[in-house]
Design a binder for this molecule. Structure first.
Ligand SMILES: Cc1ncc(COP(=O)(O)O)c(C=O)c1O
Length: 455
C-alpha cells in the first residue's frame, strides 16, 4: 500500500528555503520557526509544502487541529457564517453563535453547576482573564502556578510561565503576586524510581495536603491566594501528566483555603487526552476551565468557562474585547463540538494513544536514549536522555531526531524545560494507516540518529 508521504525534493526544498529567506528579512527571529518548511495546503493529517512535498503532520499546528486540517464541517460552517457577517463586535451587538457556544461549553465542561463562558482570541488572553475574574471574586491577589508550566507570552501569562529561556529572559519586569510551586514530575523527582514503560511508578511524594501545607508555608500565605492555575498534563513543559492522587490532594487543599482551581486545558482539551477534558481523568471539577487551540479547529478562539458566581464578579465592561468571540471562530467551534461527538474523537484519541504508546515502549526496549514514555490518551511523549542512569536530558539528540523525521516526511515537535521530549499532537482524526506510516518514519529516524543498543 503506498503511503501518503510523497517527497519531490529534499526537505526543505528550494521554494520553502526561498520563503524562509524572505521571512528572515521581514519577520523578527523572536517568532520561532520550528520547521523550515512553507506550507501551501493542508488536509486531515497531511501537509503539502511549497515544493509539492506531502508530509504527515504530527504537530497539528501545536494541538490546534484535533479535528484535522480543514474538516469539511468546519469549512462549511465558517463559509456560511461569512455569508452572513464576519464581525459586529459582541460587546456592541449580540449574535447567536457566541451565545450558543457559551451554552455548549457550559454544558460539556465538567460539573453540572450553573456556569458562564466568555470568549477571547488566544490562550494567553484566556489565562489573563481567568486570573482577572478569580481576583475579582475572591478579593485576593496572589496566583500560584507550577514549575515547568506554560501559559503564554503576554505579561501575566509570561510571569506564570516557568521556563526562562526563551520565554522570559530579558522581558521583565513581570506581573507581581505570582508564586511557583513544584510540579509532580515523577520521572525527575529524586524520590521516585521512574520506569520507561509508560506506567507511573511509586506513590507521588508531593501528593498530600500536609506536604502542600509545607510547600505553601515556604511560599505564600494560602489565604491570600486567589487561584491555582495548573495544566493537568504539562504541554510545553514536556507532556508530564500529574498523578491522580496529587490533583486530588491539591483540590482538597484549594477548597480548604478558599482558593479557586483554574484548569488550563488549552493544550489538553478537546479530546486530546482520551476524554473531552483532562479534568475528567481526575474527577476534577475546576472552578474555572480555560480552553483555546483545538476549540475552533484552526480559527483563533479561546474561552473562559466557570462557576456562574465567580464569572459574574466582574462588572459590565470589565471583560471582553473587540474581536473576542468572532462569529467565524464561533461557527467553527460549534462545528468542532459536533465533530467531537459524531466522530467520537475522545475515544479515538484513547485508541490512538495506545497505538503510539505501544510503539514508543517497543523502541524504549531497544534504545537506551528513551528515558520515559508517558501521557494521557493521545497526548504521548517520550523523554530522551544520554542514559537511563544519569537521566541527563539529550536536547541535541531530540533536535536530530526531529530533523531526521522531517527529512523523511514527518513534522514532529519537541517540548520540555530541557527541550528533550518528543511529543505527538497529530490530529485525532488521523487514520490508523497514516499514524502507522508516521510512526514507521519516526522509527527509521530514531534508528538513524541513535542506533538500537539491543536489536
Ligand atoms: C497550556 C497552555 N496555556 C496557554 C497557552 C498560550 O496559548 P496561546 O499561544 O494561544 O496564547 C498555551 C500555548 O501553547 C498552552 O499550551
Amino acid at each position: 500500500m503506498p503511503g501518503v508521504i510523497r517527497l519531490q525534493t529534499e526537505v526543505p526544498g528550494p521554494q520553502s528555503r526561498a520563503l524562509l529567506a524572505r521571512r528572515a528579512e521581514a519577520v523578527p527571529r523572536g517568532v520561532p520557526s520550528v520547521t523550515p518548511i512553507a506550507v501551501v495546503h493542508a488536509d486531515g493529517a497531511v501537509l503539502t509544502d511549497a515544493d509539492g512535498n506531502r508530509l504527515i503532520d504530527f504537530a497539528g499546528g501545536i494541538g490546534v487541529v484535533n479535528t484535522g486540517h480543514r474538516h469539511p464541517s468546519v469549512v462549511s460552517a465558517v463559509r456560511s457564517q461569512l455569508d452572513q457577517f464576519a464581525h459586529v463586535c459582541f460587546p456592541v451587538s449580540t449574535y447567536e453563535p457566541y451565545v450558543a457556544l457559551a451554552e455548549r461549553l457550559n454544558h460539556v465542561t465538567p460539573g453540572t453547576h450553573a456556569k458562564r463562558t466568555f470568549l477571547l482570541n488566544s490562550g494567553a488572553e484566556a489565562v489573563e482573564n481567568a486570573v482577572k475574574v478569580a481576583r475579582a471574586f475572591t478579593g485576593r491577589q496572589a496566583v500560584v502556578c507550577f514549575e515547568h508550566g506554560f501559559h503564554g507570552r503576554t505579561n501575566l501569562a509570561m510571569a506564570l510561565t516557568s521556563k526562562v529561556v526563551p520565554y522570559k529572559k530579558g522581558f521583565g519586569p513581570f506581573a507581581p503576586e505570582v508564586y511557583r510551586i513544584p510540579f509532580p514530575y515523577c520521572y525527575r523527582c529524586g524520590e521516585v524510581a521512574a520506569q520507561a514503560d509508560g506506567q507511573s511508578s511509586a506513590q507521588c511524594c508531593l501528593a498530600s495536603v500536609e506536604r502542600l501545607e509545607l510547600i505553601f508555608a515556604c511560599t505564600v500565605d494560602p489565604d491570600s491566594v486567589a487561584a491555582i492555575i495548573m495544566e493537568l498534563e504539562l504541554g510545553e513543559g514536556g507532556f508530564v501528566p500529574a498523578p491522580r492522587e496529587y490533583v486530588s490532594a491539591l483540590a482538597v487543599f484549594a477548597q480548604q483555603h478558599g482558593i479557586l482551581f483554574i484548569a488550563d486545558e488549552i493544550q489538553t482539551g478537546f479530546g486530546r487526552t482520551g476524554k473531552l477534558f483532562a479534568s475528567e481523568h481526575y474527577g476534577l471539577v475546576p472552578d474555572i476551565i480555560i480552553t483555546a487551540k483545538s476549540l475552533a479547529g484552526g480559527l483563533p478562539l479561546a474561552a473562559v468557562t466557570g462557576r456562574a458566581d465567580v464569572l459574574e464578579a466582574a462588572p459590565p465592561g470589565g471583560l471582553g474585547g473587540t474581536y473576542g468571540g468572532n462569529p467565524l471562530a464561533c461557527a467553527a467551534a460549534l462545528a468542532v463540538l459536533d465533530i467531537m461527538e459524531a466522530e467520537q474523537l475522545p475515544a479515538r484519541a484513547a485508541r490512538m494513544g495506545e497505538r503510539i504508546r505501544a510503539r514508543f515502549c517497543q523502541w524504549a526496549a531497544r534504545h537506551v536514549c528513551i528515558g520515559d514514555v508517558r501521557g494521557l490518551g493521545a497526548m504521548i511523549g517520550m523523554e530522551l536522555v544520554r542514559d537511563r542512569e544519569s537521566k541527563i536530558p539529550d536536547k541535541a539528540l531530540t533536535g536530530r531526531l526531529q530533523a531526521a523525521a522531517l527529512e523523511r516526511g514527518v513534522v514532529l515537535l519537541s517540548s520540555g524545560t530541557y527541550g528533550n521530549t518528543v511529543r505527538v499532537l497529530a490530529p485525532l482524526s488521523t487514520s490508523d494507516a497514516i499514524m502507522d506510516e508516521g510512526l514507521d518514519v519516526l522509527e527509521q529516524a530514531l534508528e538513524a540518529v541513535a542506533p538500537a543498543s539491543h536489536p
